[in-house]
Design a binder for this molecule. Structure first.
Ligand code: GDP
Ligand code: MG
Length: 207
């Protein structure tokens, strides 16, 4: 029965170069932080397994390998995304202003079936820098941006100090499970309505 309760979700992480996307992933998956700047990680994604209620969830988290500077991430990067995490640096205004572009870029490239309800998460990273004194984007401003886009989830993190990262990805996993269950439910209901022949509903990933 346990194998029927496995779920895999594809999570895309986007944002300006240098905001800490790779560091967030490294901290989350390997519990390590490096202050050295490396623009390439040599891998497309990292995976992390976690438990959400009675489900074993695998997050397949896609990172850029530095190409975000040229905005040529390719269609394979976006294909089949379940969730998009937009990251900015709370100490760098430009990275916050560029969120609009990343948001649109994702919607254009991934073309989700229901763009108005697609799950975006906003992450304001590097809250540790200078004890918060060099911060230029307030929590209020970030929340206002989220509200303007209908985004429900905002997390402030530090990849360096490992602040709030587990909480952000747990929320992502929970939200993905919830959306997936609702989708399975609606497919099941429309299936029942459409066909009266007694074929059992297909439980496509056991969730
Ligand atoms: P990416 O280009 O978005 O993947 O950014 P990186 O993860 O490569 O990080 C860029 C730089 O910011 C590196 O020097 C990191 O060490 C540093 N960095 C990343 N996250 C944090 C953080 O939360 N706090 C601090 N102080 N530095 C960070
Ligand atoms: Mg990177």
């Amino acid at each position: 029965m346990a194998s029927r309760r496995r779920c895999l979700f594809k999570v895309i992480v986007l944002g300006d170069s240098g905001v800490g996307k790779t560091s967030l992933l490294n901290q989350y998956v390997t519990k390590r932080f490096s202050s050295q700047y490396k623009s390439t990680i040599g891998a497309d994604f990292m995976t992390k397994e976690l438990q959400v209620d009675d489900r074993l969830v695998t997050l397949q988290i896609w990172d850029t390998a530095g190409q975000e500077r040229f905005q040529s991430l390719g269609v394979a990067f976006y294909r089949g995304a379940d969730c998009c995490v937009l990251v900015y640096d709370v100490n760098m205004l430009k990275s916050f202003e560029d969120l609009d572009n990343w948001y649109l870029e994702f919607l254009n490239q991934a073309s989700p079936a229901d763009p108005d309800n697609f799950p975006f998460f906003l992450v304001g990273n590097k809250i540790d820098v200078d004890g918060g004194n060099s911060r230029v984007v307030s929590e209020k401003k970030a929340n206002q941006w989220c509200a303007s886009k209908g985004i429900m989830h905002y997390f402030e993190t530090s990849a360096k100090e490992d602040i709030n990262i587990d909480a952000a990805f747990l929320a992502i996993a929970k939200n993905s499970v919830k959306n997936h269950s609702e989708l399975a439910q609606s497919i099941y209901i429309s299936g029942v309505e459409a066909a009266s022949e007694a074929e059992p509903p297909r439980d496509f990933c056991g969730c």
